[in-house]
Design a protein. Sequence first.
Length: 303
Amino acid sequence: MTLKVRQIEAFRAVMLTGSVTAASDLLAISQPSASRLIADLEQATGLPLFIRDKRRLTPTPEALLLLEEVDRLFLGLDTITERVRQIRDRGSGQLRLACLPTFSSSFLPKVVKSFADAHPDVALTVVTRGSGVVVDWVADRRVDFGIAIRPTDLPGVESELLIDTALVCAMPAGHRLARKKVIEPHDLDGEDFIGLNDDRLSWDRADQILGEAGVRPKIRVTTQRAYVAYGLVAEGLGVALIEPFTAPLFYGRGVVARPFRPRIPLQFHLFFPIARPRSAMVRSFCGYLTHHVREHARGLPGG
């Protein structure tokens, strides 16, 4: 027994419309062609599918049972069609992003909201990790793309500059340095200090600048995460040379941030798996991300 798709389509059309004439119109074929497809299906299956009474076709119990299976088939085809549409318009239907805590705890929720409003059917996963892990996960294709500080070695990934910013000096609002518009190395000599040991490309440069100026702050606490350092500053434990994006979250908690000179660059990059086409969904998210990060940066010290 060999069944043809066109025979199944003709059978379903007759069952849906109730007549061969209407079915032929639905399928855009002639009425004799539709009748022949139904007859061929009955012959191929050995099942009496319709009782013929002049121009009327009455489905048999066998036809009703067959229709259940045919509907399952077409439901599967409809699902495949919808899936194709999703892949064409938005990618795979899910998006996986790895980024630094700096972004996930500051403006990233606004990006996700804008993207989700425009793509309500896309499931988004946001994983927060340090720069090294973010790049490794992108290279291993555990995520679709990542946001991090660019390391020196980039096997398996390609990168694009997202934003070029700089470290700022964060301090308690009542601190003597809060009266200054710009903080310089000599201002930090002997000051209680919150040190950072993550994303060392930036902190090593800060340490070098302070050392060259003969400045020795008193390191009270060292931490890996910027939002922890901001929290410690809010508690009055010291000042910090730190990334600027988290600062607005602490403005209402007694923290102020000032530009630091000489400028200590801090660049954030987008990372993608090498030689892998970017889906329309990835491109869309990166568009929202670029817009929001630039808007956010305008309100930062020195932005």
